[in-house]
Design a protein around this ligand. Structure first.
Ligand SMILES: Nc1ncnc2c1ncn2[C@@H]1O[C@H](COP(=O)(O)OP(=O)(O)OP(=O)(O)O)[C@@H](O)[C@H]1O
Ligand SMILES: [Mg+2]
Length: 287
C-alpha cells in the first residue's frame, strides 16, 4: 500500500489506464483499443504490460504523476522498492521519429544487428539510453542512475525530491542565474563532466543544451537525456561534440561569459586542468 498523495499502486493505476483506453476508443472501434497510441499521458496496451511486468519484478511499486510529455517520450514520477523515487521514461512507439533514431543508430556498432522495424528501433533506442547512462554513471559523470530497461520503458533515478523534478538549467531565469549563480564555476563543472564523458565513458552527449541539464542545487548540474549519445568511434562523434559545445557556449556567453569554443573542445578532449583548491576556471577569449 502506498500512502503518499497522488501516487497509486501500479495495479490500480494500470486498471484505470486500461479503462480509459477502452472508453476513449470504445465508441468508434471497441475491439481495436489495444492499438491506441500513447496520447498525452495515456499508455498503449503493450506499455501497460511492460509496466505491469516491472511491478511484478518488484522494480516498480507505484506510479506518480507525469513530469513531461515530449514528441519521443513521456516521463513519469514513480516509487520503487523501499519507496525510492524513480523517473520512468516511456518511449512512444507509434509517434517517435523513427528515421531520426535510425540515423543515430546506424554507425553505432553496439546496435549494428538490430531489426529495422519501428518497434525494434524504438526498443533499441531505449536500451541505448540505458547503456549510455550506465557508461556515464560508471565513469562518475552525474547522470540519473539507470535501473532497468524493458522494451520501451527505461527506469532511472529521479533527480528531484518529493515528486518535484529539479529544474532544467533553461527554467532558471537569466537574472537569477546572473545574480545567484557562479556561472564560470557552473560552466567549468559542465565541461569537466563532458570531458569525463568523453575521456572515460568514451561518449559524446550529442543533444546537450540547457534543456538537458537538471539543476539539483546551485552547483550540482546533472546531465540527462542520453538516448542519442554516441561512442567516439561513431562517424559523427566529432561533429556532435562541436555542436554540444557550441550550444552550451552560446547559452553561457549570452549570460555574459566570453568563452571560446575551440579552447573548450581542447579541454574536453585532453581533460580539464583541475586544481586542488577548486579554483579552476573556464578558458575565456582573450581577444
Ligand atoms: N531522471 C529524471 N529525474 C527527474 N526528471 C526527469 C528525469 N529524466 C527526465 N526528467 C524530466 O523529463 C523531461 C524530459 O526528459 P528527457 O529530456 O529525457 O526526454 P526528451 O525525450 O528530451 O523529452 P522532450 O521531447 O520533452 O524534451 C526533462 O526535461 C525533465 O524535466
Ligand atoms: Mg530532453
Amino acid at each position: 500500500m502506498v500512502e503518499k498523495e497522488g501516487v497509486f499502486e501500479v495495479e490500480r493505476w494500470l486498471e484505470r489506464e486500461e479503462k480509459r483506453l477502452r472508453l476513449s476508443k470504445g465508441k468508434k472501434r471497441r475491439k481495436d483499443y489495444r492499438d491506441a497510441k500513447i496520447e498525452q499521458y495515456v499508455f498503449d496496451h503493450p506499455t501497460l504490460q511492460t509496466l505491469y511486468k516491472l511491478a511484478k519484478r518488484g522494480v516498480l511499486k507505484a506510479l506518480g504523476g507525469p513530469i513531461s510529455s515530449g514528441k519521443e517520450a513521456v516521463v513519469f514520477h514513480a516509487l520503487g522498492s523501499s519507496d525510492r523515487e524513480l523517473a520512468i521514461k516511456m518511449y512512444k512507439v507509434s509517434t517517435s521519429n523513427f528515421n531520426a533514431m535510425l540515423d543515430y543508430i546506424i554507425g553505432d556498432r553496439r546496435f549494428e544487428h538490430i531489426r529495422r522495424d519501428r518497434r525494434s528501433v524504438v526498443f533499441a533506442w531505449a536500451r541505448k539510453e540505458h547503456k549510455n547512462l550506465k557508461r556515464a554513471f560508471d565513469a562518475g559523470v552525474p547522470v540519473p542512475e539507470p535501473i532497468v530497461c524493458l522494451n520501451n520503458v527505461l527506469v532511472m533515478e529521479f533527480i528531484g525530491e518529493d515528486g518535484i523534478p529539479a529544474p532544467r538549467l533553461r527554467d532558471i531565469p537569466a537574472d537569477v542565474l546572473q545574480r545567484d549563480y557562479d556561472l564560470e564555476e557552473l560552466l567549468t563543472r559542465i565541461i569537466r563532466y563532458l570531458s569525463t564523458l568523453y575521456r572515460e565513458a568514451k561518449l559524446v552527449h550529442a543533444d546537450l543544451s540547457e534543456f538537458n541539464i537538471l539543476m539539483r542545487g546551485y552547483d550540482d548540474p546533472v546531465l540527462i537525456d542520453l538516448g542519442q549519445s554516441l561512442p567516439l568511434d561513431h562517424p559523427n562523434a566529432e561533429a556532435f561534440l562541436r555542436r554540444d559545445v557550441k550550444s552550451i557556449v552560446f547559452f553561457f556567453n549570452r549570460l555574459g561569459l566570453k568563452c571560446s569554443e575551440e579552447a573548450i573542445i581542447r579541454e574536453i578532449e585532453v581533460g580539464v586542468e583541475v586544481e586542488g583548491d577548486g579554483s579552476d576556471t573556464v578558458s575565456q577569449d582573450t581577444t
